[in-house]
Design a protein around this ligand. Structure first.
Ligand code: NDP
Ligand code: MG
Length: 387
């Protein structure tokens, strides 16, 4: 087998580190082209040295000297700034992990898609904001886009392309997050520390808050709509607290195919890394007798209005998902920073959706303009809420 060259965008994050873990276990199979991060110089430099990357890029331009110093005495190339991150995304790797968080990952994802090859997509916000634009580029360039998100990876494994017309429903499972059973009156008082403590998965702060509000599941509905040939009304969500079934595809003959596994992102990442083959991943095996029972319940859209907002953004299409995503990114950052309460997240998002609309974006520039305006309005709303 020839070595596969890989680049990891967002190498210091939760997904980035899990990807590095798998790559490092098979040094004969993978060679690392570029690694990027935003501000964590020590971890970026350590990872670049550990895997002998050809290039390390830090998004924050002011950290160039620090990264250069940390990599002095090595022959690893150094870059800094936004343009360098975008260039790293198109540095010629056979396989690129897109694991930057937020719409900040959009231009790098587009650059990776445009160079062709394989793009493993974790950065769901990029696809939510610019789904049509990115998927057109995927089709035009013949890029292989593989879903890393556990639900979409599960669907990808269960979706029979040859029988797409016979798919009745795609069912995304949701853990329900840390506040699944909490009363509405208590939800207003939850703290960032409680919100990032997910019961089943260990993830970055932003997606952990999204899982707690169920916005994550809403973003995932929009993500699924773009990744698979289904209509919006064929997508369903079911809460499944054990996170053993990662999603399901129901066919017209009544068959429901599911993918199961331990809640460990190294399984879907390994699937993408080895695709179309399989590789070993060091994850806990399922012990069904120990698990005992699998439970399911409908999501509560009253206690978790973010899922309702995302569903209507998906149904309306056009620029609505980009507006929803941008407002949510600002609101989540505001909640994590202690500026607003947990239930102000849906309030800020809803307010921005009510105030603002724009024609459907047809380029990345259009998406970024919509994103910027929605962020501005979200900041204003947040100030009003916090006052
Ligand atoms: P983390 O917050 O753990 O990591 C984010 C990464 O992106 C870090 O490397 C960070 O660098 C970098 N980064 C942050 N801001 C910027 C920016 N403005 N420009 C360039 N790089 C930036 O996030 P996760 O790994 O949890 O999530 C990454 C993506 O994957 C998200 O879109 C998330 O929704 C998705 N995902 C994550 C899952 C998980 O289990 N964690 C599961 C499914 C999807 P630095 O460290 O220097 O700040
Ligand atoms: Mg997911």
């Amino acid at each position: 087998m020839p070595m596969k060259s890989v680049s990891i965008l967002g190498a210091t994050g939760s997904i980035g580190k899990s990807t590095l873990d798998l790559v490092q276990r098979q040094p004969d199979a993978y060679k690392v082209e570029a690694l990027t991060a935003q501000s964590n110089v020590p971890e970026l430099a350590a990872a670049a040295i550990a895997v002998q990357a050809r290039l390390a890029v830090i998004g924050d331009e002011s950290l160039y000297a620090e990264l250069k110093e940390a990599l002095s005495g090595t022959n690893i190339g150094v870059g800094a700034g936004r343009d360098a991150v975008v260039a790293a995304a198109a540095s010629g790797a056979d396989w690129t992990m897109a694991a930057i968080v937020g719409c900040a990952g959009l231009e790098p994802v587009m650059a990776a898609i445009e160079q062709g090859g394989t793009v493993a997509l974790a950065n769901k916000e990029a696809l939510v904001s610019a789904g049509d634009v990115l998927m057109s580029a995927v089709a035009e360039k013949g890029t292989t886009l593989l879903p890393v998100d556990s639900e979409h990876n599960a669907i990808f494994q269960c979706f029979e392309d040859r029988n797409a017309a016979h798919v009745r429903r795609v069912i995304l499972t949701a853990s329900g997050g840390p506040f699944r059973t909490m009363a509405a009156t208590d939800l207003v008082n939850v703290t960032p520390a409680q919100a990032v403590r997910h019961p089943n998965w260990s993830m970055g702060a932003k997606i952990s808050v999204d899982s707690a509000t169920l916005m994550n599941k809403g973003l995932e509905l929009i993500e699924a709509y773009h990744l698979f040939p289904v209509e919006a009304d064929q997508l369903d969500v079911i809460v499944h607290p054990q996170s053993v079934i990662h999603s399901m595809v129901e066919y017209q003959d009544g068959s429901v195919l599911a993918q199961l596994g331990s809640p460990d992102m190294r399984t879907p990442i390994a699937y993408c890394l080895a695709f179309p083959d399989r590789m070993h991943a060091p994850v806990a095996r399922l012990d069904f007798a120990q698990i005992g029972q699998l439970e399911f319940e409908d999501p509560d859209l009253d206690r978790f209005p973010c899922l309702r907002l995302a569903k209507s953004a998906l149904a309306a299409g056009g620029s609505r998902p980009a507006i929803l995503n941008a407002a949510n990114e600002i609101a989540v950052a505001g909640f994590l920073g202690g500026q607003i309460g947990f239930m102000s997240i849906p309030a800020v998002v809803e307010s921005v959706l009510e105030q603002y609309d724009a024609p459907a974006p047809s380029t990345i520039r259009d998406v970024l303009d919509i994103d910027e305006e929605a962020r501005r309005l979200a900041r204003l709303k947040m100030e009003a809420v916090a006052a």
